[in-house]
Structure formats: structure tokens, C-alpha cells
Ligand binder design. Structure first.
Ligand code: DMJ
Length: 574
């Protein structure tokens, strides 16, 4: 009947579905075996893959290779990208970078001052984050961001400049936000016109020091990527780079305002520290070669009275005019000579020679005593002195101080005295708001005063405080901490506004007119130097670190230690 028919139908259905199921399984197995064959086959086509297990007899050799003979991973520029060992570098430091207790001073009053500086950093950072995140600088009055045109479309200058300051202050949430921004949003594929100098001191310097302090690979890979983009700037007949570079196309040219297409001493002379470290990290000598070439040319060229003028032609390699300054246009060239020597673990003899003979020429031609007894550095225009000193030149107190130990021993005290006198003069220029003008003069009856209205502004610059910090470390004279505290109070009174810190237009009036700009160097330099001034000396000890001109700490390169470490590793491996 109908039930038998139903049973038959069901049976046929079951058979059918069993058949379909069997076929499905077969197809699946066929697919699977195909896949396995494919993957296995692919292994043979891999060039020298990590997936290939070495033969047993090769095991010990490959360990040795991985430890000390890693010059095998070569990128397209010939750089060995796998040679630098962070662990080895750390072992070659004399002291822990953050000191015993993050440099916390035992004296409660000093500690309170240090906490105040940390609070200022947090306030500056929080407002930047709130109103200008990802832009280059904060405009604290209008509460928005500023991009500007110095960095060729690169963004986040305040973030890169703040990384190390946040880290040493132990502001870890803020540091982590900054690091995450670098990971996710720092885009180096920009196509704009950048100042080679500014990108180098802020971005390259900032990323380098963030890497050396934290060991985070992201900073290393970013800085190496950026370093490559700067290389085309050196494609000139002399190898002296021009001031401006398009980060996308690599074309470069001189600043429109620099006479006769010249390059600026303080710009092409302020690459050495960062470029040597780029070579260290990439094991690619090209960066060091580029800056050594600049050094060679400067060493060889005839110098008027032993002085280095501010403008040089990248085409002929000759000076373009005879204007010499320890302030703007010249400043950090001199700083990088002594710091190159110190950073080389005192092995870079040329840098040392050039620094001390430049200093002698400066003393013979530029250093002056005012009628009121203040020592200052005048500017030199083809033999004629302009009795003016820029705020920028006030870094030289610290520079002469850190170089005092390595000249001829009989001049040690002389250099320390000169450093102290210059720092004193710069402190004298900080009045009556206790902040200093952009430039001050010693003629027309003035003593360290800005006589021109246009020189009266203060844009949160660090140089005077920088010299207090070095002089404190060198002498421990309490007056430097007192002067630093004066500056903290003045910054609070005249520059702190509701949404950050701002420069002011006139240091001679107490009713402040703000310029609406929180410069990124305020976070990287001014606040860092103040924090170090109120910290113990074991926070970023000078035995191990030199600060680039944007206050980014770079480690002294102990070649012999690094080599010993490598040999030891090799011996262990064998
Ligand atoms: C910073 O960018 C650096 O210190 C540079 O060497 C000079 N100018 C500013 C700070 O004043």
C-alpha cells in the first residue's frame, strides 16, 4: 500500500543522500591533499626562509650567526638592518638612564619644584591633546592646532618632541598615547617642502631618543624610514645640503632669503649627531659619510680669523658673506662640534680640534665685556662688531661648560668661568618679567637690554634655562636652581593661559600680550631642562648621554664596549 511506497521512497532518498555525502567527503579530501602538496611544494621555492629547518650539523653555526654575524639581512640601500642590538647597547651604558629613582631629589623643596614642572608639562600636553591632537603645535588662545610649513607636511611635531620628556617624567598614560599615535598615524609619505634642519632636530632626534630610552621598535623603524627620505638633500656639487627638501620627490633648494642660494651653517652643521646614530641603527655608513663630508669641507676651507661665517655656497663650497654669529644662523654648529666629540666617547679628534680652535677664534674676536662688567658674545660682520646678543646665543654658557674638561688642562677653570659669566649675562637679560627678549644689546647705554621694539618678544625658548641646567650639573651652585625657579614662576605668571602656554610679545611689560603659540620646543626643551635642573644628576647622566639641539638625549657610542660585547656573544655561541 501507500506506506510501502513511502518506505521505498525514503530508502531511495537515504541512498541518494548517502551517495552525495560520500562524494562530498571525497571532493573535500581531494582538495585537502592538493592544498598540502601545494604548501609543501612552496617550501622548496622559498629562498632562505626561516621556515626551513637547518640540518642538525648546522645548528651551532646558525646560533653563532644569529648572535654575532647578523650582517645578512641587507635592505635595498645596502644597510644591514639586523646588526644593532638594543641589549648590547644597554649593557654598554655606564649607568641606568633613569637613575635610581627617576632622579627624584631627596630635598623636599626641590622635589616640590620638580613636581610643579611635571604639572606644567601635563597641562601643556593635555591642552595640546584636547585642541590640537595630530597638528604640529597648539594655539592656546584660539584653542586650535597649527601645522605651519617647516615640516613638509609631516604632522604631530609636538607629539614627537614630547615623547622623551613624558617618558622621563613618568607620565606614562600620556607617553603611551604619544607612542600609539606614532604607530597608527605618523605618516612619513608626505610630499611637502621641509626644513632639513628642523625635521632632523625634532623628528629624527625625537624618534631616536624615544627608541634609545624605550627600546620600542616602532621608533627605530620610523626613524630609519625618515632618514632615507632626507638623503637626496645632499645631492649637490659639494655634498653640502640645501636648506629645503621635498620629502616626496627628494628635490631640494635653498631658502629664498639666504643670499645667493647659500646654505646656512647652523643648518648643515647640525646634522652630525643624528646622522651618526642613523648609521649605528641601520649599520649603513651612508649617513656618517654624508656628515663627515661636510666636516671635511669645513675643516679644509679658509676661515676669516679662524671664524666660520654663516652662509656657504653648496655649489662652490665658498663662504658667501662674512657674517659670524653664535646666535641664530651659526649657533648649533659649534654645539655639534663639541657634542660630536663627546658622543664619540672622545674619539672624534677632528671634532675636538675644530671646536677648540673655533672657541679660541670666538674668544679673540667676539667675546666682549660691557662697561657694566657683563661678558657677552657680539656678532661679527666682516670685521665690524655688532654689540648684540641673541637669546639663541645663550645656549653657549652650557656648551662652554660641558667642553671645559677636554681642552688644555690649564684652560679648564678659564672655560668654566667664561661659561658662568655668559650664563650670568643671560640671566641679567631676564628682567623685569623674569623672562628674556629675543635679542639684547650692549650699546647706546644699554646693558643686556632690548632697545628695539621688535626684539622684545619671548617665544618660550629654552637656551637660558638650558645653560642653568648644565651649570647646575657642573658646579652645583644653588643659584642656578633659584634662577630656574624664577623662570618657572614667570612662565606661570606671564605665559600660562587657560588652554596651554603661550609666548609673549613684550618682556618689558607685565600686561601680557600673547602670541597664541605653544612651540613644540617648549615641551621638548624648556620643560625638560627645568625638570632635569630639579632632578638628581643620575637622571640621564652626562657620562652616557648628549642632548641634541632640541634636547633629545642621544647615547654616547662606546665602540670598544660594543665590540667587546659582540666578541663575548660570539665566544658564548661557539
Ligand atoms: C630649537 O628648535 C632648537 O633649540 C634650535 O637649536 C634653536 N631654536 C629652537 C629653540 O629656541
Amino acid at each position: 500500500g501507500p506506506s510501502l511506497l513511502l518506505l521505498k521512497k525514503t530508502k531511495t532518498k537515504k541512498n541518494k543522500s548517502a551517495f552525495i555525502c560520500q562524494t562530498g567527503k571525497f571532493v573535500f579530501l581531494l582538495f585537502l591533499s592538493g592544498l598540502v602538496t601545494l604548501c609543501f611544494g612552496a617550501l622548496f621555492f622559498l629562498p632562505d626562509s626561516h621556515l626551513k629547518r637547518p640540518k642538525d650539523q648546522d645548528l651551532s653555526r646558525s646560533r653563532a650567526e644569529s648572535v654575532s654575524e647578523r650582517a645578512t639581512v641587507v635592505d635595498h640601500h645596502g644597510a644591514d638592518t639586523d646588526t644593532f642590538s638594543y641589549a648590547k647597547f644597554k649593557r654598554c651604558l655606564l649607568k641606568p638612564p633613569l637613575g635610581r629613582d627617576y632622579g627624584k631629589p631627596s630635598d623636599p623643596n626641590t622635589n616640590e619644584r620638580r613636581e610643579k614642572v611635571k604639572e606644567m608639562m601635563k597641562f601643556a600636553w593635555d591642552n595640546y591633546k584636547l585642541y590640537a591632537w595630530g597638528k604640529n603645535e597648539l594655539r592656546p588662545l584660539t584653542r586650535n592646532g597649527h601645522l605651519g610649513n617647516m615640516f613638509g607636511g609631516l604632522k604631530g611635531a609636538s607629539i614627537i618632541d614630547s615623547l622623551d620628556t613624558l617618558y622621563i617624567m613618568g607620565l606614562m598614560d600620556e607617553y603611551n598615547d604619544a607612542k600609539e599615535w606614532v604607530q597608527t598615524s605618523l605618516d612619513l609619505n608626505s610630499n611637502g617642502e621641509a626644513s632639513l634642519f628642523e625635521v632632523n632636530i625634532r623628528y629624527v632626534g625625537g624618534l631616536l631618543s624615544a627608541y634609545y630610552l624605550t627600546g620600542e621598535e616602532v621608533f627605530k623603524s620610523k626613524v630609519l624610514e625618515l632618514g632615507e627620505k632626507l638623503l637626496p638633500a645632499f645631492n649637490t656639487p659639494t655634498g653640502i645640503p640645501r636648506g629645503v627638501i621635498n620629502l616626496g620627490s627628494g628635490t631640494s633648494w635653498s631658502w629664498g632669503w639666504a643670499s645667493a642660494g647659500s646654505s646656512i651653517l647652523a643648518e648643515f652643521g647640525t646634522l652630525h649627531l643624528e646622522f651618526v646614530h642613523l648609521s649605528e641603527l641601520s649599520a649603513n655608513p651612508i649617513y656618517t659619510e654624508k656628515v663627515m663630508n661636510i666636516r671635511k669641507l669645513l675643516n679644509k676651507i679658509e676661515k676669516p680669523h679662524g671664524l666660520y661665517p654663516n652662509f656657504l655656497s653648496p655649489v662652490s663650497g665658498n663662504w658667501v658673506q662674512h657674517h659670524v654669529s653664535i646666535g641664530g644662523l651659526g649657533d648649533s654648529f659649534y654645539e655639534y662640534l663639541i657634542k660630536s666629540f663627546l658622543m664619540s666617547d672622545k674619539t672624534d679628534g677632528d671634532a675636538k680640534k675644530m671646536y677648540y680652535s673655533a672657541l679660541e677664534a670666538i674668544e679673540a674676536n667676539l667675546v666682549q665685556k660691557s662697561p657694566g662688567g657683563l661678558t657677552y658674545m657680539a656678532e661679527w660682520r666682516g670685521g665690524i662688531l655688532d654689540h648684540k646678543m641673541g637669546h639663541l646665543a645663550c645656549f653657549s654658557g652650557g656648551m662652554i661648560g660641558i667642553g671645559a674638561d677636554d681642552g688644555v688642562p690649564e684652560k679648564r677653570q678659564h672655560y668654566l668661568d667664561l661659561a658662568a659669566e655668559i650664563t650670568h649675562t643671560c640671566h641679567e637679560s631676564y628682567t623685569p618679567t623674569k623672562l628674556g627678549p629675543e635679542a639684547f644689546r650692549f650699546d647706546g647705554g644699554g646693558e643686556a637690554t632690548a632697545t628695539r621694539l621688535s626684539d622684545r618678544y619671548y617665544i618660550l625658548r629654552p637656551e637660558v634655562i638650558e645653560s642653568y641646567m648644565y651649570m647646575w650639573r657642573l658646579t652645583h651652585d644653588p643659584k642656578y636652581r633659584e634662577w630656574g625657579w624664577e623662570a618657572v614662576e614667570a612662565l606661570e605668571q606671564h605665559c600660562r593661559v587657560e588652554a596651554g602656554f603661550s609666548g609673549i610679545r613684550d618682556v618689558y611689560t607685565t600686561t601680557a600680550s600673547h602670541d597664541n603659540m605653544q612651540q613644540s620646543f617648549f615641551l621638548s626643551e624648556t620643560l625638560k631642562y627645568l625638570y632635569l635642573l630639579f632632578s638628581d644628576d643620575d637622571l640621564l647622566p652626562l657620562e652616557d648621554w648628549v642632548f641634541n639641539t632640541e634636547a633629545h638625549p642621544l647615547p654616547i657610542i662606546r665602540k670598544s664596549c660594543l665590540q667587546d660585547e659582540a666578541t663575548q656573544d660570539k665566544t658564548v655561541a661557539e
